[in-house]
Write a protein that binds this ligand. Structure first.
Ligand SMILES: NC(=O)c1ccc[n+]([C@@H]2O[C@H](COP(=O)([O-])OP(=O)(O)OC[C@H]3O[C@@H](n4cnc5c(N)ncnc54)[C@H](O)[C@@H]3O)[C@@H](O)[C@H]2O)c1
Length: 337
């Protein structure tokens, strides 16, 4: 199938390109490189020995979208392009709504103009907000606690309305839990431009000597060791969920959300200990108070994805930390080597 991948040069997008190509799909990337570098696509081409068509541009721009749609004629779109920093979203709400909601709208208009009917959307477990019960299933109430989460939920609602109103269309809403890890080649991985917002890249940068210590925000949660519990998902498993979703979209109509997680959760302390095993040296930590908006624990019920997409996570915790360490130690400065 011809698959347009917006934000395909990013962390999850680049891993997904490889999995799509391994299954024989033709891929095309639209990225504005606001949080990526074209070097990513060179590495994907090298690893796959395949062709990646690419366009540089903004997903909100109808002119570039029309060109991509007319030149590549996608049969499905995977929509990764977006902004993802929760803290920044509170400071720049209009930017987040513009890119995450406006970008989705512009993309749907462009798909309609060429009759492209299938879309896979990068949503997030953050749409659920404070847990009413755990594990979260897809019927859990949605009450996002940040502008970022609101922007994802708004985009989900737009996609749901579009799929209902437009005959023969399918919108697969993938609610990711916490993506971590890197490709086994250690050639592609997560490369945050500034101070990492997420735990794993921060630990990795401490391990490689780029940062002094990991700040642990809150050790007084109601969890076994007092630190927050999260459901971490290996990025290669997550990438494969997109391939499964493409196949599902081809045979279904309407919009449907799916949790993409492992169903297991690990604490900050568990992650630090696992990373120490992977890299063979201690990770320095320091304590800080809880951050506003952080919840104690979250975990996916991923049984719908297993039953309907035929997808389950295969990689465990040690694969997550070992692959992160392999990538970070081979590329201490990310793609800027
Ligand atoms: N990584 C996570 O923890 C996580 C969790 C849940 C959901 N998500 C969502 O998954 C998607 C991909 O996340 P990621 O971790 O790979 O992030 P990323 O920043 O690595 O990838 C996003 C890509 O989109 C591009 N982009 C951003 N704005 C654009 C625009 N206006 N036009 C064109 N390209 C644009 C960036 O340059 C980047 O290559 C995002 O939508 C994110 O919100 C990520």
């Amino acid at each position: 199938m011809r698959v347009l991948v917006t934000g395909g040069a990013g962390y999850i997008g680049s891993h997904t390109l490889l999995e799509l190509m391994a299954q024989g799909h033709d891929v095309c990337v639209l990225d504005n490189y606001s949080n990526a570098t074209p070097e990513v696509l060179n590495r994907v081409r090298g690893l796959s020995n395949g062709n990646v068509t690419d366009f540089t541009g903004d997903v909100r721009d109808p002119a570039i979208l029309n060109r991509v749609m007319q030149d590549f004629r996608p049969e499905a779109v995977i929509h990764f392009a977006g902004l993802k920093a929760v803290g920044e979203s509170e400071e720049k709400p209009l930017l987040y709504y513009d890119v995450n909601v406006g970008g989705t709208l512009a993309l749907l208009h462009a798909m309609d103009r060429v009759g492209c009917k299938n879309i896979i959307f990068s949503s997030s477990a953050t749409v659920y907000g404070e847990p009413v019960y755990l594990p979260y299933d897809e019927a859990h109430p949605t009450a996002p606690m940040s502008v970022y989460g609101q922007s994802k939920l708004m985009a989900e609602n737009i996609l749901t309305n579009w799929a209902k109103a437009t005959a023969g269309t399918s919108a697969v809403l993938l609610r990711y839990f916490n993506p971590v890890g890197a490709h086994h080649s250690a050639k592609i991985g997560e490369d945050p431009k500034d101070i990492p917002n997420n735990l794993m890249p921060f630990i990795a940068q401490v391990a490689v000597g780029k940062r002094d210590a990991l700040t642990v925000f809150g050790e007084d949660y109601d969890t076994p060791d007092g630190t927050g519990l999260r459901d971490y998902i290996h990025v290669v498993d997550l990438a494969r969920a997109h391939v499964a979703a493409i196949n599902y979209a081809d045979k279904s109509t309407g919009a449907r959300p799916f949790n993409i997680g492992t169903g297991q959760s690990y604490s900050v302390r568990d992650m630090v200990a696992a990373f120490e095993r992977a890299c063979g040296s201690p990770i320095k930590t320091k304590q800080a108070p809880r951050r506003a908006g952080d919840i104690a624990a979250m975990q996916a019920d991923a049984s719908r994805a297993a039953a309907e997409l035929g997808w389950t996570a295969e990689h465990g915790l040690d694969d997550m930390t070992a692959s992160t360490w392999a990538w970070q130690s081979a590329n201490p400065n990310g793609y800027d080597n």
